[in-house]
Design a protein. Structure first.
Length: 153
């Protein structure tokens, strides 16, 4: 089971102030949605032809210029899962640098509400996985710090 929101906030010890619009001038921001149902977390496996081929990730994507992270989350989850009006609480934020690339800022949200039923629109595979099983899967490198912190790895 994922820690309650209050515990997550205490762990992160960062203010979750008002939404900020991303200018994308300094650093690319990427949002990830953590959707939980019946104690399981929704994850997607990247396609073989994509970078990080066949690795697992949380649904989400890049924040576009002029968008807030919250707006990007809603847009990305509609594009990837077909759900509308996704909203949630920021639970983690950190910087990561893939080898040979510039730094990115990863922003994780616990998705608390949305309209519709999640369906796979872009992934090679999609499934609901218990949190304790996530650490056994081959996740993209940028998500691994989040997994270690919040899935007890």
């Amino acid at each position: 089971m994922w820690p309650p929101i209050g515990s997550i906030r205490a762990l992160m010890s960062k203010g979750l102030g008002s939404p900020q619009v991303c200018s994308n001038m300094d650093m690319l921001q990427v949002v990830a949605g953590i959707l939980e149902r019946s104690g399981r977390i929704l994850i997607g496996r990247r396609k073989p032809e994509q970078s990080h081929a066949l690795q697992w990730e949380f649904p989400g994507g890049k924040v576009e210029p002029g968008e807030t992270a919250e707006q990007a989350l809603a847009r990305e989850l509609e594009e990837e899962l077909g759900i509308r009006r996704a909203a949630g609480t920021e639970i983690a934020r950190y910087q990561y640098r893939y080898p040979g690339k510039g730094p990115i800022e990863l922003i994780f949200f616990r998705v608390e509400s949305y309209d519709g039923e999640p369906r796979n629109l872009v992934f090679h595979e999609m499934r609901w996985e218990p949190p304790e099983g996530l650490g056994c899967l081959d996740f993209v490198e940028g998500d691994r710090d989040f997994l270690r912190t919040f899935a007890g790895r």
